[in-house]
Design a protein around this ligand. Structure first.
Ligand code: SAM
Length: 381
């Protein structure tokens, strides 16, 4: 976005009563920062002080769509698809859209791999992130084809200019990177101004730094209220922690950045009991009794102990031969306890081989060696 777009946005917020709601000047202003735009403190701000309050009339959520010109064609659509169409139509309206000041400050893309070229994506060949990205793009593509056929093309009066897959992907990426984590599904919302807050790894508190509340005693209007989790000096940027639980692959997909912390480095191992296993039924029964299914997903985190049920599950999957007696129904209540320790040398050797083969096959998809990868840490995701 341009300097003048940011000025217009600030003016719009001020006209709408956001930037000048009280007699005192607002504690933060949108400014250009290394992360794009951000919220910069205009004075010292104490820990937990409210920095931004945005009334519901300025949110873009399913109610906004339901009150717009496109409401009659958005019936049955998923909330995010309806909001995506709303954003694209308002963008196409240009000066005629009352949301233009907000739309003009939205980035044209983030660094998320969903926006990378084929050539850029080839750099992460072999990673779990790449297969996630391909899956997400296929999903967005199929949603696009549906909405194009059902809504966009049959309603030329509402959508006079063409909408492409890339436009739709942009809207998806905007929603993914800007919606506050707990505002999903029916509650999905873009909150202008509040959505300019950037993430900092140095903020580790998981306390909620925002809430939706009624404006005051005499007004039922809802406002979105955002607080700073720490004290901020005048001129510094206000930050929050987006999500402590997200892996680097999830951060990359959602926001287009990663953190160099081992507990963000996660590989999800998928294991399954195959139907061709002679003990398929018994094994499945034991897994299910212990809260796991036919297919199990284990998040292996760099530098952390393995997920507690991973080894028992592996031993179960590998169980056979002389150890198969453990599958008999008289052991049904105690077998999981046995599986927490090695069952036999043969069983332990099998699980080591299975895991090593899985690692080898996963690594063989990379087009660089570990040594080459270390020269370019970003490619190791
Ligand atoms: N900076 C955004 C902008 O210019 O509109 C406002 C924040 S928006 C909710 C989230 C996006 O900000 C992310 O997708 C990423 O592009 C950027 N961002 C936020 N925190 C960041 C960080 N710590 N490092 C790099 N980029 C960050």
């Amino acid at each position: 976005p341009s300097e003048s777009a940011v000025r217009d946005f600030w003016q719009w917020l001020s006209d709408e009563g956001v930037a000048n709601s009280s007699s005192s000047p607002p504690p933060v202003k949108p400014e250009f920062v290394p992360e794009g735009l951000g919220l910069v403190a205009q004075r010292d701000i104490t820990k937990n002080e409210v920095v931004v309050e945005v009334p519901k009339k300025l949110w873009i959520n399913p109610d906004t769509v339901a009150a717009s010109d496109i409401r009659r064609v958005c019936g049955g659509l998923k909330p995010w698809v309806a909001i995506a169409l709303f954003l694209l139509r308002e963008k196409a309206l240009g000066l005629a859209s009352s949301w233009r000041p907000y739309l003009d400050i939205l980035p044209r893309a983030t660094d998320s791999p969903i926006f990378w070229s084929e050539e850029e994506l080839s750099e992460i060949q072999g990673t779990q992130l790449l297969s996630t990205i391909m899956g997400v793009k296929e999903f967005v593509q199929s949603e696009f084809i549906k909405v194009e056929d059902d809504v966009i093309l049959p309603n030329k009066d509402l959508f006079p200019s063409p909408i492409t897959f890339n436009d739709f992907l942009w809207a998806f990426g905007i929603l993914r990177s800007r919606a506050f984590p707990r505002l999903r599904g029916e509650n999905l919302a873009l909150i202008p101004l509040a959505d300019l807050i950037n993430h900092s790894s140095s903020i580790t508190s998981e306390d909620s730094f925002w809430e939706i509340k009624e404006k005051g005693f005499f007004s039922r209007e809802l406002i979105f209220s955002l607080r700073t989790p720490i004290y901020v000096k005048a001129g510094d940027q206000v930050y929050i922690q987006y999500d402590l639980a997200k892996s680097n692959a999830e951060l990359a997909l959602d926001y287009g950045f990663i953190e160099s912390r081992p507990d963000r480095e996660v590989y999800t191992l998928t294991l399954e009991i195959t139907e061709s296993d002679p003990f398929y039924g018994d094994k499945l029964d034991i897994a299910e009794t212990n809260g796991i299914g036919e297919t199990a997903y284990f998040d292996v985190i760099l530098g952390s102990p393995l997920p507690p049920s991973m080894l028992p599950y592996l031993r179960l999957v590998a169980l056979g031969g002389a150890d198969a007696f453990l599958l008999e129904s008289i052991f049904r209540n105690s077998v999981w306890g046995h599986l927490e320790l090695p069952v036999s040398r043969a069983n332990e050797e099998t699980i080591c081989r299975v895991v090593r083969d899985a690692c080898k096959s996963a690594l063989s998809a990379y087009h660089t060696t570990i040594e080459e990868g270390q020269a370019y840490p970003l490619l190791e995701i």
